[in-house]
Write a protein that binds this ligand. Sequence first.
Ligand code: HEC
Length: 306
Amino acid sequence: MNRLSMVIALFASSAVLAQTTDELEKRERCAVRVSIALTGKAPTPDMLSSVDPQSRADTLIDTTDFIERYARFINTQFNRAPGASAEEDAPYYLAWEVLQKRKPWKELFIGAYRVEKNAADTVVVVPDPEGLGYFSSRAWLKRYAGNEPNGVLLSAAYRIFNNTIGLKLVPSTNAPDADITAAGRSAVGCRGCHYDGMFALDLAASVLPKRIDGTGGAITFEPPTSAPVTMMGGHTVGSMRELVTTLVESESFRFRTCRLAFNFLFGRNENRCEAPAFDRCMKEFRSEQTLQAAVASIVKDPAFCQ
Ligand code: HEC
């Protein structure tokens, strides 16, 4: 070998070396990213040396670490503040159940379950043919019973829209002398949210149970008596079950689910470059129905480790 070709050979092999070091570092970064995003923990040595760390997403999604983190995340997103008691955080308990059993995610909202306290004072998820996800949990209903003078569950109606499809309304600051009864809420300035529009709160609340104030702050509920209402762009709903079912069968529900998944993984909404990953999430979630499928589709997207 003459001198020149030796230099060239040396140069070439160091280039190869540099390339593989680059590649290794990239894989390691990817492993850290995937592991932290899903479980909150550093990757295992085995995963760190994986040729394709993104392919480990499915395994990580089945860990207790992921389930616990996602159930907690959902509970913070679905409530304005932590519950005063464990039972009030019904979404957390039911999310655990739905994730652990890999049930369709919509079961969190319409599944045949009830969340309650057992004799040992522990919060448990109980099968209940009449159940409507965590919405049928007593503590949840009480938490969002509100204080409308005639017991109309406006607060619960809003929570249902918010949790399922991500509706965000900022109630107008009530003028101190505003008429807050049904008549008052149909006035200009109120009816836009309360009686008109796709998600009119009073219409939705009319098919929910009614709050009855007992003595000493005791709250009970009675079944709704209202006739079915037509809302949400032409859907007729006659009960809480029909209301929630219509919502979780909508494209808005899938959008909300993928958006929450993005927020869990990135701590922010999806950005424009991530549109293909978002679309894939919608597609996977539509066909597979599980939250796991939605999250995995984002983590396995080429963009996730770039
Ligand atoms: C921008 C939409 C919007 C407008 C406009 C609006 N509201 Fe509301 N209202 C809401 C939402 C959202 C809630 C549920 C808030 C919650 O408890 O989370 C609500 C709840 C209520 C409640 C029940 C509170 C409770 O604790 O149960 C009353 C009463 C009410 N609104 C009266 C009015 C009146 C009167 C007006 C007009 C002056 C009005 N609202 C205008 C969105 C609106």
